[in-house]
Ligand binder design. Sequence first.
Ligand code: GTP
Length: 173
Amino acid sequence: MKLVSKKICLIGDYGVGKTSLIRRFVERQFSDQYLSTVGVKISRKTLQIPGSEASSDRELKLLIWDLEGRQKFKAISPQYLQGASGAIVVADVTRVETLASLVGHIRMFLTVNSTGAIAIAYNKVDLIDESQAADYLSRVHLDGLGQTIPVYLSSAKTGLNVDTIFAQLGERL
Ligand code: GTP
């Protein structure tokens, strides 16, 4: 069994649910309380990555960096992104302005880690209906970023797609 350790970052505007997604994934819990992250908080979780026939299974230790959400006029400090192998970029489907800033967050991450793997989480889908959610997905235009970025609808409240996002990102690292 091989053990590999990788850093991933959760990035997005303030209040989109970054801390809640991590909490759901690591602690299997959700809270309605909003405690804004100040600076950075690091959580750890180990994933089992099944090997191919030729290679044995791997243990992937994820160091998950929860970065303070960007407020207006305040950019994420690039030093927090350094050394990251991947990022989950999060938007809140109930706040259209958080969708508009996705590409800016992605570009910022790629400036620091040009070969990093990215996933997008459209979070809080429990608050909208299915047809609206499908409409959000059809609006994603992520051309010109140099990689095909998987997009997920997620809910930290119900747990929808939370494990899948982390597991599939982990497999790409
Ligand atoms: P910052 O630390 O300020 O950047 O915020 P954040 O992106 O870490 O957001 P946080 O996880 O603190 O969530 C903000 C609020 O949204 C909290 O009140 C959460 O309970 C709520 N929330 C987060 N995810 C979901 C979700 O999937 N569904 C619902 N209904 N509420 C959510």
